[in-house]
Design a protein around this ligand. Structure first.
Ligand SMILES: [Zn+2]
Length: 430
């Protein structure tokens, strides 16, 4: 492995309170030194990254890699290639595969495939219940030993509050993390857009904000009751932000994420029945969007996660109510987050904290920092570099994104995983 000296970048490392110019020396796959005027050792690749951001590799707490079972949508190989192209060096893989990741054998299979692919690191999230059917718990202990980092039935809520309580109690005993897909199905069933003006206008069945708020409230209450660590996935409503804000104020061990689409778009995006803007939870109102940004700004929302959800044209080129929910996000997360910096809503160190430092801490995995001695999981971003979102420019196998055809600004130009170059648009050193 070649040693590397990244010279004169803007080093943004919130964990160490760094945001300023400097060099990083990578040797034997680890960060050897961070500082100014570091001399280049012999046989070291020297990369001038003036004007670029040098950050800890991004960590995505919520992706769907579709393998095993739906490899025509994405594979662990293509999904992790999309990850490193977006500056992510680690991703947490949700268990709604076929079969679901509800056993140590599936967890080990995912880890093995990820190692073979050699792109981003993959941290499996195992199912809370067998078959994600919401009836009986999986073997948490076995799954943790096999390498699972958290438990979730993501894609579906755990409907039975009593079972969710037991899952949280069990997790609390193991100091494990439960990730809640917070949705009250009795209210959301059959819905495909936000309930309100747009659903009425289009004649589509809506999903009310209450479907999310009720479920968030229930799971926050159960976390408070049990003392377990709870993480709320894909927050989309003003009310959910407020419930989480208050819970944190009381000291409940809850963390939460939102996805770039919830602070970038509103329900208006589905006005022309564009199935690429169909997702669950649905895009909401401008008032919700502003509340999400406020929640990110004041620390109520801890993480930006993509909820990368690849679907092929088979699931998307159909009538709106029949189309699958979900959009891809790994390759657009950074520029969409950077837009919040340009709009003056968050500073650069804050978005790196949301995209890297905090998700690594919540999952208790290595990464998210640039401390000497750490594994060299590093991303270099050009904040001025624009690119058009086209199928040709995407590494993901699927292209289901409402940003297709748009030009975004801010792109990962170099990604290192354990000091290995796994993505390189700098045109040198590859
Ligand atoms: Zn979900």
């Amino acid at each position: 492995m070649t040693d590397l000296l990244l010279r004169n970048g803007r080093i943004i490392d919130p964990a160490n309170g760094l945001d300023g110019p400097g060099d990083i020396l990578v040797r034997n796959g680890r960060i050897e030194a961070v500082g100014h005027g570091i001399p280049a050792p012999d046989a070291c690749l020297l990369l001038d990254v003036t004007g670029k951001w040098v950050t800890p590799g991004l960590v995505d707490l919520h992706v769907h890699l579709r393998e095993p079972g739906e490899e025509y949508k994405e594979t662990i190989e293509s999904g992790t290639r999309a990850a490193v192209a977006g500056g992510f060096t680690a991703v947490a893989a949700m268990p709604n595969t076929l079969p679901p990741n509800d056993s140590a054998a599936v967890t080990r299979f995912i880890l093995e495939r990820a190692r073979d692919a050699g792109n981003a690191r993959v941290h499996p999230v195992a199912a809370i219940t067998r078959g994600r059917a919401g009836k009986e718990l999986t073997e948490f202990d076995d799954l943790l030993r096999a390498g699972a980092v958290a438990f979730s039935d993501d894609g579906s809520p755990v409907q039975d509050a009593g079972l969710m309580r037991i899952a949280l109690e069990y997790a609390q005993g193991l100091d494990a993390l439960i990730i809640s897909h917070a949705e009250e199905p009795a209210l959301s069933e059959g819905g495909c857009v936000n309930e309100g003006r747009i659903s009425t206008l289009l004649g589509l069945k809506g999903i009310p904000w209450a479907a999310e708020d009720i479920a968030v409230f229930r799971d926050v209450a159960l976390a408070e009751l049990t003392g377990a660590r709870l993480h709320i996935a894909h927050v989309s409503t003003r009310g959910a932000v407020e419930i989480i804000r208050r819970a944190k104020g009381r000291g409940v061990r809850v963390s939460a994420e939102t996805a770039p689409h919830y602070f970038s778009l509103t329900e208006e995006a589905v006005l022309d029945f564009d199935t690429r803007a169909k997702m669950n939870p649905p895009l909401r109102t401008e008032e919700d969007r502003q509340a999400i940004i406020e929640g990110l700004a004041d620390g109520t929302l801890d993480v930006i996660a993509t909820d990368h959800a690849p679907h092929s044209s088979l699931e998307k080129d159909v009538e709106f109510p029949l189309a699958a929910s979900g959009i891809i996000g790994l390759e657009t997360a950074f520029p969409l987050s950077l837009a919040l910096v340009r709009a003056g809503r968050l500073d650069p160190a804050h978005i790196i904290r949301l995209l890297s430092t905090t998700p690594a801490q919540i999952l208790r995995i290595p990464g998210g920092t640039l401390s000497p001695g750490d594994r060299a999981d590093i991303a270099v971003f050009d904040p001025e570099r624009s690119f058009e979102v086209t199928p040709e420019n995407l590494c993901s196998k699927s292209h289901n994104t409402p940003f297709l055809g748009t030009t975004l600004t801010g792109r990962a130009v170099l990604t290192l995983v354990g000091g290995r170059i796994v993505h390189n648009l700098l045109g040198v050193g590859g």
